[in-house]
Design a protein around this ligand. Structure first.
Ligand SMILES: Nc1ncnc2c1ncn2[C@@H]1O[C@H](COP(=O)(O)OP(=O)(O)O)[C@@H](O)[C@H]1O
Ligand SMILES: [Mg+2]
Length: 250
């Protein structure tokens, strides 16, 4: 359903993505792992059209999108829900209005339907009874869940997560991971999670791709990756093992 073919992205004389080719099946959760500065966020931005590749192709639902005009890109962007590292809620709006924001902007729905949809989305992320609270009144972990609810409210077919658990404590990290898994399965979305956390990837990914300096150095199912001999992957795996030991999980 999403396919990259020899994708190249340069900034000036620096080549960031060096000819990436891979695909993501419908309904799959794909983790893209890599050290920081390797081009993970650039990759996500190429999907939503915030950046355009210099070479290669991006196919989404059978359509090559990389050379579409801004206007032609609009329906593609509407299929994608992007969840950023920081919740970035509107401080002056209640939780309810934050989740309702996209619905009000893109759909003409009667008020009672908006109310129902907002409640459903908050329930999906296990939040009830906080609709009238302001973002500053709830914890960071809750804000993160509200931002997830806001993204799924407009029913994207594709969910893109940029480092969703970076900077969170282990308990909240597990909760957000579980949520990504449950939401993706329940809503049957195709999900790409950019991360440097192998522990999370092993727990919820269908497939994992490991990027190093703009190239794919390993890919496979969690089981396949566990047996991988690539040095960077082995580093990630030993970090994952430590994280698991800390939580008493492995
Ligand atoms: N708009 C931009 N203009 C110039 N360089 C950029 C731009 N966006 C990202 N880069 C560079 O591309 C590289 C990869 O960035 P990024 O995708 O954000 O890394 P990460 O894997 O940590 O998400 C970095 O060296 C970054 O400085
Ligand atoms: Mg990034």
């Amino acid at each position: 359903m999403i396919r990259f073919q020899r994708l190249v992205k340069r900034f000036g004389t620096r080549t960031i993505l060096k000819g990436l080719s891979f695909e993501i099946q419908e309904g799959e959760i794909l983790f893209v792992l890599g050290t920081s500065g390797t081009g993970k966020s650039v990759l996500l931005k190429n999907i939503v059209g915030l950046l355009r590749p210099d070479e290669g192709e991006i196919w989404i639902d059978g359509q090559e999108v990389s050379r579409l005009s801004e206007e032609q890109y609009f329906p593609i962007r509407k299929k994608c829900g992007m969840v950023f590292q920081h919740p970035a809620l509107f401080d002056s709006l209640t939780v309810f209005e934050n989740v309702a924001f996209g619905l009000r902007k893109h759909y003409r729905l009667p008020e009672d339907e908006i109310r129902t949809r907002v409640r459903e989305c908050l329930a999906l992320v296990n939040l009830t009874g906080i609709e009238q609270k302001m973002p500053a009144e709830i914890s960071y972990g809750m804000q993160k869940r509200v931002s997830l609810a806001r993204t799924v409210a407009v029913e994207p077919r594709i969910l893109l997560f940029d480092e969703p658990t970076t900077g969170l404590d282990p308990v909240t990290t597990n909760a957000v991971n579980q949520l990504i898994f449950d939401l993706s399965r329940k809503l049957k979305t195709t999900s790409i999670v950019v991360s440097h956390d192998m522990h999370c990837a092993l727990a919820i990914a269908d497939r994992i791709i490991v990027l190093d300096q703009g190239q794919i150095v390993a890919q496979g199912t969690p089981e396949e990756l566990k047996a991988c001999e690539v040095p960077l992957v082995k580093d990630f795996l030993s970090e994952a093992l430590e994280a698991g030991l800390e939580e008493g999980k492995i």
